[in-house]
Structure formats: C-alpha cells, structure tokens
Design a protein around this ligand. Structure first.
Ligand code: RP5
Length: 203
C-alpha cells in the first residue's frame, strides 16, 4: 500500500533538536496525520531550507512546523519562502533556557507571521497544525474533536474508572455502563452514547 502524502512538514535546525521534537511526531502518529521531517539549519544550510520551504506546498504540505534553538531564525526564514502557515517551536537551550529561541521566533516583523508555541512545545505544535487543517477539512477537525473528547474522558482522577463524567460526581464504586455498540467506531460518537448508572450518594 502506498504511503500517505505528508500534510505536515516538520523542519528542525539540528539533529540535536530531534529528542525535543519526538512528542510532535508521536502526536501526529497518534492522530493519524502523515508528516515529513527535514533537518536543515537556516544559518548552516540556507539554500536547503530555501528549497524545502519554497516547494513545500507543491509536495502537498498544508502546515509547517519549524523547531530551532538559540538565534532561532528557522521559522521566520521558512515563513518568508512559503504561503503556508508556520508554527515555530522554540527549543530549550543550555545557556539561556530557551528564552533566546522564543524571542527569536516570536518577534517577527509585520507581514511575516509565525505562530509560536511554548519552549519545547512540540506536542502542542502538532495539535495546532491539525487544528489549522481542521478549519478546511472535516476529517482533521474530527481528529481534534476526538482528542479533546479523549482528554476529557481520561481527566477524571476521582476513581480508577475512565469515564466522561465530571470528577465531582465520581465515586470509586460507581458502576459504569457503556451502551455504545461495536458498530459505533468513532470515539467521540461513543462518548456521546455513553450512559452511566450512578448510585445516588452525596457529592
Ligand atoms: C540551532 O542551534 C539548532 O536548532 C539547535 O537548537 C541549536 C544548536 O545546534 P547544534 O549546535 O546542536 O547543531 O540552529
């Protein structure tokens, strides 16, 4: 079976950025979003960055994620060469803790925006990329809706059970009944079909 065409282009300034960017790739994998990864520095390999950025939309890329550290110009340089939205991920650095990267990325000149997530905010960059694509693609929108539903589903710490009910009504012995049938494959649909039998007790 042919590989899916990447829709997210991930570029990073150095191989040393790869560990911090793993959560980005992992999140896209988890959401079933195909991506490509390029390592090229805006300063050390400007011609490579130029070519990669300028041709990204022709390759089918919809959103670019650019990670770099220190004097982190990669996101801005990529944004200069592409009509696609660029999300910058400032890398945490040993000398200045990533504030250097953050300020380099976020202080873009008027007319050339990059979105900028938190220092080492690789996972959020992935989610934001899917959200951007979701504005024009119902499949992508559903992926984000599913993710949010899953977060709500697993955020209750009141008991050992995983359920989509607020922790304020959560009690350890609360029986949980899932009425969604196997025919309902979509996760958020399943959530909507969840029903609970809660033994009355004080909250
Ligand atoms: C930046 O300089 C890279 O994005 C990296 O975060 C930082 C250090 O790069 P290396 O010296 O480890 O290659 O260009």
């Amino acid at each position: 079976m042919a590989e899916e065409t990447p829709v997210v282009g991930i570029i990073m300034g150095s191989e040393s950025d790869m560990p911090a960017m793993e959560p980005c790739m992992a999140q896209l994998d988890a959401m079933g979003v195909p991506y490509e990864v390029k390592v090229a520095s805006a300063h050390r390999k400007p011609a490579v960055v130029h070519e990669w950025a300028e041709t990204a939309h022709d390759r089918g890329i919809k959103v670019i994620i650019a990670a770099a550290g220190k004097a982190a110009h990669l996101g801005g340089v990529v944004a200069a060469f592409t009509p696609l939205p660029v999300i910058a991920v400032p890398m945490k650095t040993s000398d200045l803790g990533g504030l250097d990267s953050l300020l380099s990325m976020v202080q873009m000149p008027s007319g050339v925006p990059v979105a900028c997530v938190a220092i080492n905010g690789a996972k959020n960059a992935a989610i934001l990329a899917v959200q951007m694509m979701g504005t024009g693609d119902p499949t992508m929108l559903q992926k984000v809706a599913d993710l949010k539903a899953e977060m709500a589903f697993s955020s209750c710490n009141g008991c050992g059970l995983r359920h989509a009910i607020c922790s304020t009504v959560c009690v350890a012995e609360t029986p949980l009944f899932v009425v969604a049938g196997d025919s309902v494959s979509d996760f958020s649909q399943k959530l909507r079909l969840l029903a609970f039998a809660v033994e009355p007790r004080e909250i």
